[in-house]
Design a binder for this molecule. Structure first.
Ligand SMILES: NC(=O)c1ccc[n+]([C@@H]2O[C@H](COP(=O)([O-])OP(=O)(O)OC[C@H]3O[C@@H](n4cnc5c(N)ncnc54)[C@H](OP(=O)(O)O)[C@@H]3O)[C@@H](O)[C@H]2O)c1
Length: 288
């Protein structure tokens, strides 16, 4: 059996949807923390088991009879708590006799990254490699799906796209396609102890992002590079919560540093077709 944690989240649901075309539903275990959410979001026929990342005993029970498990990284932001949650999942999987664990990491994980999720991804990868489990690291780049959040509500009316990401280039991947890749990695051979950068080519600058937005909307958009302090001040004026400001500033700094400039052919190879590009995605969201 194949277990997927975080199964009621966006990536978990996309993975299960794609996996259903490849293995029988009876082989799929959705590990969730909220059974009501599972009942309303997951397809029929999939086995649902409860497993909060804080609850080692529940995770141990959820992994019984499972050969391969996917650990979808937690939405927790605080480093120690997030790292502990991931370690709980890895420990429970090992104790329950799981053979291989597939982990959704990040491109260029580093203990020194300004992107707040990166140090815990680095630590989790180290912990998993030392666990004795067979592993597959899927180092995901930023989702194309977060571009509207990066663009912000004010951009289109004003014709100006503000960011503190400087000239940094970013490879963006569609989350649903990352789910398909996960399903492919779970249902085919040869991925044991492999580390894959899931970052489709090309990588785009914010200049490219502004130009592409202009193309799909028919309204010119100019990129205006600003400092992190300016972005933070503007967000505070709109009462944006401090943890979110910190997350965005750190992500922008990591983009500026080139941490997401990680395009590799692996995404396309594992997907089995050309990935969705920025223009196609933005046309779907903003096109007329
Ligand atoms: N690459 C990127 O651009 C990007 C962007 C955002 C996030 N991420 C990372 O990628 C992960 C998956 O992305 P996503 O879009 O699927 O995020 P998501 O929709 O927020 O899903 C996160 C999943 O983790 C589950 N979860 C969180 N804390 C848990 C806990 N203590 N115990 C058990 N389950 C827990 C959530 O459960 P519920 O369904 O009950 O809430 C949810 O199912 C995120 O969690 C985050 O680490 C990456």
């Amino acid at each position: 059996m194949i277990a997927i944690t975080g199964a009621t989240g966006h990536l978990g649901r996309a993975t299960i949807q794609a996996l259903l075309g490849k293995v029988p539903a009876s082989e799929i275990v959705a590990v969730v923390r909220d059974p009501q959410k599972a009942a309303s979001t997951l397809p029929q026929g999939v086995t649902v088991r409860i497993g909060d990342y804080h609850d080692p005993a529940a995770l141990f029970a959820a992994f019984q009879g499972v050969e391969t498990a996917v650990l979808i990284s937690s939405s927790e932001l605080e480093y120690e708590a997030r790292k502990r949650e991931h370690e709980n999942v890895i420990d429970a999987a090992r104790q329950a006799g799981v053979r291989r664990l597939v982990y959704t990491s990040v491109v260029n994980p580093s203990p020194d990254s300004p992107f707040s999720a990166s140090p815990s991804h680095f630590a989790t990868e180290e912990y998993l490699r030392a666990s004795g489990l067979a592993y597959t690291m899927l180092r995901n780049t930023l989702y194309l799906d977060i571009v509207p959040m990066l663009v912000g509500e004010g951009t289109l009316p004003s014709g100006q796209l503000y960011s503190s990401a400087g000239d940094g280039r970013v490879s963006f991947g569609l989350r649903a396609e990352m789910g398909e890749i996960l399903a492919n990695v779970l249902s085919t051979e040869g991925h044991e102890n492999q580390t894959y950068d899931l970052a489709p080519a090309p990588a785009y600058s914010f200049q490219d992002l502004a130009a592409t937005l202009g193309e799909v909307t028919g309204q010119p958009v100019a990129y205006v590079p600003v400092s992190g302090e300016d972005i933070a001040a503007a967000m505070r004026q709109h009462q944006v919560p401090e943890p979110f400001i910190n997350l965005l500033l750190g992500m922008n700094q990591a983009m500026k540093n080139g941490e997401f400039n990680a395009a590799s052919p692996t995404f396309e190879q594992l997907l089995g077709r050309r990935p969705t590009d920025l223009k196609t995605y933005l046309a779907g969201v903003y096109g007329k």
